[in-house]
Design a protein around this ligand. Structure first.
Ligand code: GDP
Ligand code: IMO
Ligand code: MG
Length: 429
């Protein structure tokens, strides 16, 4: 049975949540395979706005099962809070929500460690993270000795002993590095987390086995990427990235499902570019154009409320990320935000200081920082496109703009979005 992945091709917030929600009609299971509560996916349906962070977007659709895969990092209090909020909006979790016993757990010391690297004046380089403990938790996963997995919470004696050792180590480290540090008490943390585990118990299982069972029954899976391919730990603009494989490269590792089960690879792009946090952004418009895009597109972070940095579409970056994530088709989102601009610019290549043309997205930060975009200018359109519901209803200039992006990236555009609502979507003929 056909399975699909939805993955961001920029620096996150491409409106993946909206497309996942739409595609639920044709799928049975939605799977998150990486990231954690750093994600913020917004869905607007029937006049109600839903915000998803750790929980797969499919939870909004009754009858769809949702899986938090082994590659996700879970902060139990954040998860329980999100579950409560959604339950208050009428979402039922019973029998359709599953959390991997192999997913790693974010603990209070991870948040303190991130405060250290992101806030402390003794650390020079801040990345501008979401401060959800994502990086420190993945660091402990890869480092192995201090990692705690969801399944560990169901072996209380071993968990307490393990946490005693971890907390002793972290307390010494943090006390040496932070001025205002109050040491953690291992017993208090263990009691608290075992309490969370009791509440999460009905949902925890071997999700890899469950997913393979679902595949055997002919269920159609939908893999929901968080962040974007340019924030991928291996393939993104390192070190200004997140700590997981947020391109499609993370799917097999983060779910236990080999990608041969996927036959539709949807890359999500905004009609322009945004980025939250630090890092190079060659087409950034730190000017009136950027401000206009931010205002019209309401470009403020879902998780942190930070204003998103805004700029023109970058074909060099997306050509690269479409390859990395294997996009077989593209969805162009937020096209409506560009209405009313007299002309639009699209980066088709980069140039270095010597005027050498660069077609491939540079791997080194210093090289990327030196790149200046080479733009092509396209005519804009004045019409409000938010009520368009078919490709032919779009103004000719808007269609030409979408065609141009598709040609630059080298992947067909199949979906165009002209507003936040589920219905504000059109299929490209
Ligand atoms: P995600 O993290 O990739 O799911 O994206 P976010 O939810 O963080 O950001 C996308 C924002 O754009 C959300 O507020 C959506 O409601 C909104 N949105 C989605 N599609 C469109 C669109 O076509 N036009 C406009 N104006 N807003 C959209
Ligand atoms: P969704 O799923 C946009 C960015 C942060 C920071 C960097 C590292 O909504 O698209 P982290 O907390 O992950 O260690 O931060 O990654 N970032 C996102 N930017 N959308 C996201 O998720 C993001 N998740 C992380 O701003 O620059
Ligand atoms: Mg988001």
């Amino acid at each position: 049975m056909p399975s699909t992945c939805v993955v961001g091709l920029q620096w996150g917030d491409e409106a993946k949540g909206k497309i996942v929600d739409l595609l639920c009609d044709r799928h049975d299971v939605v799977v998150r395979y990486q990231g954690g509560a750093n994600a913020g996916h917004t869905v607007v349906a029937d006049g109600t706005t839903y915000k998803l962070s750790l929980i797969p977007t499919g939870i909004l659709r009754p009858g769809i099962s949702c899986v938090i895969g082994n590659g996700v990092v879970v902060h139990p209090p954040a998860l329980l809070k999100e579950m409560e909020t959604l339950a208050g909006q009428g979402v039922d979790f019973k029998g359709r929500f599953f959390i991997s016993d192999r997913a790693h757990v974010i603990l209070p010391h991870h948040l303190a460690e991130e405060r250290l690297t992101e806030e402390s004046s003794s650390v020079a380089d801040h990345l501008g993270t979401t401060r959800r403990g994502i990086g420190p938790c993945y660091r402990d996963k890869v480092g192995r000795v201090h990692g705690v997995r969801v399944g560990d919470l169901f072996h209380p004696e071993q968990f307490r002993a393990h946490l005693d050792r971890i907390v002793a180590y972290k307390n010494r480290l943090l006390a040496a590095m932070l001025d205002d540090f109050t040491p953690f008490d291992a017993k208090t943390v263990a009691d608290e987390y075992l309490g969370f585990a009791d509440r999460l118990r009905p949902f925890v299982r071997d999700t890899t086995a469950w997913l393979h069972g679902a595949i055997g029954e002919g269920k159609r899976l939908l893999f929901e990427g968080a962040q974007g391919s340019l924030l991928d730990i291996d393939h993104g603009s390192f070190p200004y990235v997140t700590s997981s494989n947020s391109s499609a490269a993370g799917i097999a590792a983060g779910s236990g499902v080999p990608t041969r089960h996927i036959d539709r690879w949807i890359g999500i792009i905004k009609a322009y570019t945004t980025r939250v946090g630090g890092g190079p952004f060659p087409t950034e418009q730190d000017n009136a154009i950027g401000e206009r895009i931010r205002r019209v597109g309401r470009e403020y972070g879902t998780v942190t409320g930070r204003p998103r940095r805004c700029g023109w579409f970058d074909s060099v970056a997306v050509r690269y990320s479409a390859r990395i994530s294997g996009a077989t088709e593209i969805a162009v989102m937020l096209l409506d935000v560009l209405s009313g601009l007299e002309s639009l610019q699209v980066a088709v290549a980069y140039e270095d200081e010597q005027g050498n043309r660069i077609e491939d997205f540079p791997g080194h930060l210093a090289d990327l920082e030196r790149c200046r975009p080479v733009y092509e200018t396209l005519p804009g359109w004045n019409e409000d496109v938010t009520s368009c519901r078919s490709w032919s209803e779009l103004p000719e200039a808007a269609r030409n703009y979408v065609r141009f992006l598709s040609k630059q990236v080298g992947v067909p555009v199949k979906i165009v979005s002209v507003g936040p609502d589920r219905t504000a979507t059109l299929m490209v003929d």
